[in-house]
Design a protein around this ligand. Structure first.
Ligand code: ATP
Ligand code: MG
Length: 329
């Protein structure tokens, strides 16, 4: 059976963009693979985090994975920092990465430009750690949103570099983007991607927002002055983004939605978008509450940690042997 790996950072509460771009695919895909779902808390600390909030979001993210249908009788759900092989293999990957290629990563450019109190070295070396996350499991496929495509390309390059320099032990992973909704935009600046770590709360709908707030955020989404509901990413990024969201959540084509809303005002369309999002998230939030309040959550994470440790440690040993670290094992 082939292997699947995907991670989400506990850097905020996941948004509908994370849901549409990544999480929504996990439930069905998991059974076709040996699947690993990771809470990548070591990535989250590449930018400043409040200690207590980080802990809370880590738990929340575990419950969100479970509420989205991750079945831990089949798949492994775990926290990155609880599996030391990630940081260890991350170091090995850093040693074969070039500063130039890391500086070319658009996420590094975006995120470093927002840091006021200095840029952490780890913001630059984040992609080699992400490569380690993936490569430790012999991963074949990585379902992610479009923004991670560049990191995945680097992961493939690093794996190939490692294999040709040392020993042919790493699997070259493929990226899997969703057919639609691979890049959901900010509600306030629809030319930028929606991000859970955005300081402007109005720019995203989080998966845990109550219905009233969802409605308010979508009603205040930036559109344009044309007044026609038409898909045109170039000239109408705001309206096109709302059409993308509805199209994925309703499993309907953009054309059919355009047709249904011909001659309708933006206000009415936005109410419909809000209703679609609320309908999707209400049952999701009920499942989330169940997991947040159950003791099951810790047991699941303990089991996940043990399973991931076993698999990752084996690969780490192979990598260290290939590079000549320590004594031969
Ligand atoms: P941060 O701002 O902290 O980087 P984020 O919203 O980008 O948060 P990540 O944890 O970095 O979320 O990414 C989790 C998953 O969500 C990844 O698979 C990523 O590709 C996907 N994703 C992130 N943003 C979007 C988006 N705007 N549209 C679609 N998918 C997205
Ligand atoms: Mg991100």
């Amino acid at each position: 059976m082939k292997t699947l790996f995907s991670g989400i950072q506990p850097s905020g509460v996941p948004t509908i963009a994370n849901y549409i771009g990544a999480i929504k695919q996990f439930q069905t895909m998991q059974y076709d693979y040996e699947s690993y779902f990771c809470i990548v808390d070591q990535h989250a600390i590449t930018v400043p985090q409040d200690r207590l909030k980080l802990r809370e979001r880590t738990r929340q993210l575990a419950a969100i994975y479970l509420a989205s249908g991750i079945d831990t009788t089949h798949s492994t759900l775990f926290i990155q920092s609880e599996v030391p092989a990630h940081a260890q293999a991350g170091w090995l990957m850093q040693c074969i990465s070039y500063i130039g290629e890391l500086e070319r990563m658009t996420q590094f450019k975006d995120k470093s430009s927002k840091q006021q109190d200095g840029i952490s070295a780890a913001l630059l070396t984040y992609p080699p750690l992400m490569a380690a996350d993936i490569l430790l499991y012999g991963t074949d496929i990585v379902p992610v949103g479009d923004d991670q495509k560049q990191h995945l390309e680097l992961t493939r390059n690093l794996a190939e570099r490692f294999n040709s320099k040392y020993n042919d032990i790493l699997t070259i992973p493929e990226v899997k983007l969703p057919e639609y909704g691979a890049r959901i935009k900010s509600l306030q600046e629809p030319t930028k991607k929606m991000s859970k770590s955005d300081s402007n709360q109005k720019s995203f709908v989080s998966l845990l927002d109550p219905p009233k707030q969802i409605e308010k955020k979508i009603k205040s989404a930036v559109t344009d002055s044309e007044g026609i509901i038409r898909y045109d990413k170039e000239n109408k990024p705001g309206v096109s983004n709302l059409l993308d969201i509805v199209s994925v959540l309703k499993d309907a084509t953009v054309e059919s939605i355009e047709k249904d809303f011909e001659g309708v005002q933006y206000g009415e369309f936005k109410s419909f978008v809000a209703e679609v999002v609320v309908d999707e998230l209400t049952p999701f939030q009920e499942r989330y509450e169940h997991y947040m309040n159950s003791e099951e959550l810790d047991h699941i994470l303990d089991k996940g940690r043990d399973q991931a440790n076993m698999k990752a440690q084996k690969m780490l040993t192979k990598m260290e042997n290939a590079m000549g670290l320590g004594r031969k094992r």
